[in-house]
Design a protein around this ligand. Structure first.
Ligand SMILES: [Zn+2]
Length: 225
């Protein structure tokens, strides 16, 4: 991950956290074809009274506020969420495309944000249910591409956050297929020994198994031995 540090201007963020990080809150910058670096430099320079821990674009991630400090990203006069606040959350801003009067996210920005969020989920032991939109916390239409008509895109984003790292974590509906792939050696873990299987990839592998493709591979291997 191409991570760059651009420390936010000190007045724009709070003190050291008093509570544990329990939530990750997703935002959009509402910038028009902006970059993570532009945002990082803007928040480092200007007095804006707002901040986020991370800015993400197609190629880079900028860390603006250190994770152990409170960023001002989801505070409000009224809340829809009972518990999620600035004090117990990490704020992640996604840079935007602006086309025909509408905001959208580049697929690479979404994929990069998912990688960052998965890493944060692992570090703080946060399940996908505690990854929220700013909208879920205060009702603000943020991130706009993931609210209203973007609901399905939000669900897809969330679907990409669940990762199975061991056979035990793989749900029952997929375990026989994954087991088969491990036996044949077609599937191996990453350098950390984790399976690193997203829910989408797992579903794809199960579909291939239903088509008999994994069995064919297994038989072929048995003939060879
Ligand atoms: Zn927001």
């Amino acid at each position: 991950m191409n991570m760059m540090e651009l420390l936010c201007r000190r007045e724009n963020f709070g003190g050291l956290r008093a509570s544990k990080v329990k939530y990750i809150v997703i935002h959009y910058t509402a910038g028009r074809n902006d970059t993570a670096e532009n945002n990082g430099r803007y928040f480092a320079r200007e007095l804006v009274g707002a901040s986020a821990h991370y800015f993400v674009d197609e190629t880079a991630v900028v860390r603006s506020v250190p994770e152990e400090y409170v960023a001002y990203h989801c505070g409000g006069a009224v809340y829809r969420h009972e518990k999620c606040r600035n004090g117990n959350s990490i704020g992640v801003e996604l840079c935007c495309r602006w086309e025909n009067g509408a905001y959208s996210f580049a697929p690479e920005t979404v994929a990069q944000a998912q990688r960052l969020v998965r890493r944060l989920m692992q570090n703080y032991d946060i399940p996908a249910e505690r990854v929220l939109r700013h909208y879920d916390v205060t009702g603000k239409v943020c991130p706009a591409p993931f609210v209203g008509r973007g609901q399905a895109d939000w669900e897809r984003f969330k679907g990409g956050l669940t990762v199975y790292n061991t056979l035990e974590q793989v749900p029952d509906w997929a375990r026989p297929s994954i087991e088969k792939l491990l036996e044949t050696g077609a599937l191996t873990g990453n350098e950390d020994g984790d399976l690193d299987l997203s829910r989408d990839l797992t579903r794809t592998l199960v579909v291939l198994d239903r088509l008999g493709i994994l069995d064919a591979k297994k038989e072929e291997q048995q003939w060879q031995h």
